[in-house]
Structures are given as C-alpha cells and as structure tokens.
Write a protein that binds this ligand. Structure first.
Ligand code: 13P
Ligand code: SF4
Length: 300
C-alpha cells in the first residue's frame, strides 16, 4: 500500500482527524482533513468528534489541542517542531509586570508555551487579537511574546496602553523594507499582502495586513490578479489551489519556517502507528486552558 493509503486506513481504524496549518508542506496539507490558521485549528480541535488528533503544526498548536481536548490522544508528527517565538517571554517578567502595573491584562499570542499561557489572562491569534483586546475591560495590556503583532494591535486600539516584551518570529521579522521595495519593483501591478508578524517598515508598505486565513480570503475575493505575499511560503499551496487564474510572488525566500517543514507524510504515518509520543497534558493544565477558552468565548 502507498503511504497515503496507509494513512487513510489507519485514520479510519483509529477514528483520527488530521489537522494541518497552512505553513506545512504541500503533500501534508493535501492529506489533511482540515487546514487552517491558528485560530481556526484551535476552534476545530476543541469540538472534534474523534478519538485521535494528528496535529501537523508546531508544539504550541499540539499543546493547545491537548488542553482543549484533554480526553483525546493528540500527536505532533514531528515532536521537535517548535516555534522559537513561543519561548520569547518569561514567567518572571509576567509576574514583575503584574506587580508593577495596575488594571492589567496579560494577553498571550497563541504562539506561546503552555507555561506562559498558564500565567496569562487571555490568548489571541492574529485573526482575532484586535477584537479581543478591544473587548477587554483593562486599560493596560502586557502583550506577549510577539512585539510586531502587539504593535499592529496597538495601532488599532489606541485607547489602551501596551507593554511589549521583545519577542518576534525569526522568519517574518527577517523580511525588510528593501525586500518589499524589490518585489514591488519586479511586480509593479501586484498588491502586497503581509502577516502582522512582519516588521513595522514592512507592514507600512502593505496593501493588506492579516492572518494566513485573512490573506487567503483577501486574495480570493480581490479582483486583482497579482499579489506579493509576506508570510510563510507554505501558504502558496492554498493560494494557488484556490486561485488558478492569479499569480503570487513570495516577498523573500527567508519566509520559510524550518520547524513547520519537519512534518512529513512519513511522520504522519508514524504518529498514526503510535511510533511518536503522545502530546502530554501540560502542567497547570487548568490555568493554561482558561485563557484559550476565554479566547474562544470572546472570539465568537
Ligand atoms: P496564523 O495562522 O494565525 O496566521 O499564524 C501564523 C503563524 O506564524 C503560526 O505559526
Ligand atoms: Fe513560529 Fe514564525 Fe514558524 Fe510561525 S512561522 S511557527 S511564528 S517561527
């Protein structure tokens, strides 16, 4: 049997569902039951009628799925696939800011470890952060770990004070103004669509800023035919599938997340065969789950 057939057979046998982020390799997105951005996948993981979730993404995504569905077996096919940004905040700093600042909400981008979530009040993703921060009663926001997303939200919620923590996505943050200008010079008619994890100088030159799902939606609905894309290159699978009549150009070849690319068809098969360890329920699971549930409640 071919690897894809073996995956399908085992999926049925184990009553499993395969979730995949838009950044994983094309062949993995192709065999997934659902692809999505971080928010859509977290919502999906919370309500699936299955016994096993195979989460084709990085560690914080598998951890969140386990927190939201603790009774299910959750596998990360590539257990070493981690997001460096998820570690770019510290519990000691959260505690210090809490001691020093009144009327404070600690807002954790889902790209954070379960330990950081356990010390936060609410989670957000790039597709719901503005809405959720606006809805919070607190005036002061400690936004962890992504400074670029925090700055993007701050610009749209000027009535709040933001405290940043210095984190960044090494991939999106590597793109510069020069990359945008070069791409625009090469494709002068193309619209520029970027992720809010990009630097301010990049976001300022964009025609549209949004999460991966929002970029897909924008490109699909637009009457334009050419787009420069400022997010991880895995998004090209869906962009080209959904829009065969349109052209897409990657803003920089640094937009490649090596962690997302660790997930292969073989690793998905290994997970379904029980050859990779299950994602354990994180320590302080109740505390780490609460901000995720608050995100799902406020994000409705
Ligand atoms: P979204 O899927 O929320 O756009 O997040 C991008 C990302 O960097 C995930 O790791
Ligand atoms: Fe983390 Fe950036 Fe990779 Fe997303 S693209 S998983 S934020 S390193």
């Amino acid at each position: 049997m071919e690897i894809k057939e073996r995956i399908q057979a085992l999926k049925q046998k184990r009553n499993a569902v395969i979730l995949a982020h838009y950044y994983v390799a094309d062949e993995v997105q192709e065999i997934a039951d659902y692809t999505g951005d971080s928010y859509a996948l977290a919502k999906k993981a919370a309500g699936l009628p299955c016994d096993v979730i195979v989460f084709c993404g990085v560690r914080f995504m598998g951890e969140s799925a386990k927190l939201l569905s603790p009774e299910k077996t959750v596998y990360l096919p590539a257990p070493k696939a981690d997001c460096p940004m998820a570690h770019m905040a510290s519990v000691a700093e959260i505690e210090r800011v809490r001691r020093e600042v009144d009327d404070l909400a600690v807002v954790a981008y889902v790209n954070s470890t379960a330990e950081l979530k356990a010390h936060s009040d609410v989670c957000v993703t790039s597709s719901n952060a503005v809405r959720i921060v606006k809805a919070l009663p607190q005036k002061n926001i400690y936004f962890i770990p992504d400074d670029n997303l925090g700055r993007f939200v701050k610009e749209q919620v000027p009535e709040k004070n933001f405290i940043s923590c210095g984190g960044f996505c090494p991939r999106h943050n590597a793109v510069t103004k020069e990359d945008v200008l070069r791409a625009k010079a090469e494709h002068p008619s193309a619209l520029v669509l970027v992720h809010p994890e990009c630097r301010k100088e990049v976001v300022e030159l964009a025609d549209f800023v949004g999460s991966t799902a929002e970029i897909l939606d924008y490109a699909h609905k637009s009457g334009e035919k050419q787009f420069i894309i400022g997010t991880e290159m895995g998004i090209f699978y869906r962009l080209t599938q959904d829009n065969p009549d349109k052209e897409f150009f990657l803003m920089s070849d640094r937009l490649l997340c090596p962690n997302m690319k660790l997930i292969t068809l073989q690793s998905v098969l290994d997970a379904l065969e029980g050859k990779v360890p299950e994602v354990p329920l994180p320590d302080r699971a109740d505390e780490a789950r609460a901000p995720l549930q608050e995100m799902l409640r406020l994000g409705k």
